[in-house]
Write a protein that binds this ligand. Structure first.
Ligand code: ZNA
Length: 293
């Protein structure tokens, strides 16, 4: 074989090897950047709640045993809908639409006059609904009961949940948690009929209902004025706290205008007695708790 042929062959082989090496390193690199992207995103919030699947499926069976009227729900199917809503997606780009199927499988009818919404009264409102079955908050509905207090988010390029980091509530507008609650609150408001009650905090600073609250931005706009006969606001002061707002405050007048703007009837009550009675169980010596007062 003439020497220049052999060297031509060798030259071809080296070029081929080089091309292959470049291609292979490209593939490895692309993969690494994918992994790094997933690993690099360190959101400010805690990761997905440990044992999330077992907690949700357990709560699902628990709810069916407490409220058999809900019918037979497919608990592992509900878990799968949650996974499908968030996995392989950027946890800051989750919208209400992503939870559409979850909302469908967890749908429930709410009896008229039973809805109790709340803003800045999380603890008190749930102590109340635990003590009486007169009202239902979102957290007493199937969807709210399943997911209350839990955290979850997926990873952009991989299946499953991110157990290390999830976006904090305010870290991005369309995060997996706030979009879920936006969807659930909207569905609850849409399903409500008759008198809808709202427990607000008369001792909290600022507006009686914050401009960016879910109550204003999601719940009021999603009520159907042909089915909701009245929105009844309960202004509750901390029994030991200040009376910063009452039904006749400027902030309540503004809220009245806001609610009426959605063609909904408004009414207001200060320190609704059954709630005050509940507050009195922890403060029996307070003046407001004295029957002869
Ligand atoms: N169960 C929930 O975690 C939850 C329920 C979350 C968001 C909304 N909801 C509905 S909407 C609830 O059933 C009430 O009817 C409505 C209350 O929402 P709101 O009017 O925005 O009132 P709020 O007291 O300011 O917020 C309600 C809840 O939202 C809080 O208890 C938190 O769980 C969460 N939240 C709101 N803002 C933040 C936040 N969590 C962390 N950081 C925040 N800045």
């Amino acid at each position: 074989m003439p020497w220049h042929w052999a060297s031509k062959d060798m030259w071809l082989w080296s070029v081929l090897a080089l091309v292959l090496m470049v291609l292979a390193s490209g593939v490895v690199n692309a993969h690494a950047t994918g992994e790094q992207k997933d690993r690099a995103k360190k959101y400010k919030g805690g990761g997905t709640t440990s044992n999330l699947r077992n907690i949700i499926i357990g709560r699902c069976y628990h709810y069916m045993s407490l409220y058999p009227d809900i019918g037979d729900k497919n608990c592992s199917g509900i878990w799968q809908e949650l996974v499908d809503a968030v996995q392989r997606k950027d946890p800051c780009k989750i919208i209400q639409e992503d939870y559409k199927r979850l909302a469908l499988v967890a749908a429930q009818t709410i009896p008229c006059h039973k809805t109790l919404l709340w803003s800045r009264t999380n603890d008190l409102v749930h102590r109340y609904t635990k003590a009486t079955s007169a009202f239902i908050t979102l957290e007493d509905t199937f969807l709210g009961f399943l997911f209350n207090g839990l955290t979850w988010c997926g990873k952009p390029l991989r299946p499953g949940m991110n157990f290390k980091f999830c976006p904090a509530w305010n870290e991005c507008d369309h995060n997996s948690i706030s979009s879920f609650w936006r969807m659930a609150s909207a569905a609850f408001a849409r399903a409500s009929c008759g008198i809808v009650n709202v427990m607000l905090n008369g001792s909290a600073d600022g507006d009686i209902a914050r401009k960016e609250s879910f109550f204003r931005t999601v719940e009021i706009p999603n009520m159907d004025p042909t089915r909701v006969s009245e929105v009844k606001v309960w202004v509750i002061d901390d029994i030991q706290g200040d009376d910063k707002n009452s039904c006749n405050s400027k902030s309540l007048m503004e809220l009245k205008q806001f609610i009426e703007g959605y063609k909904l009837k408004y009414s207001c009550i200060d320190n609704y007695r059954p709630i005050q009675a509940l507050q009195c169980t922890g403060n029996p010596d307070h003046a407001a708790c004295n029957q002869c007062h």
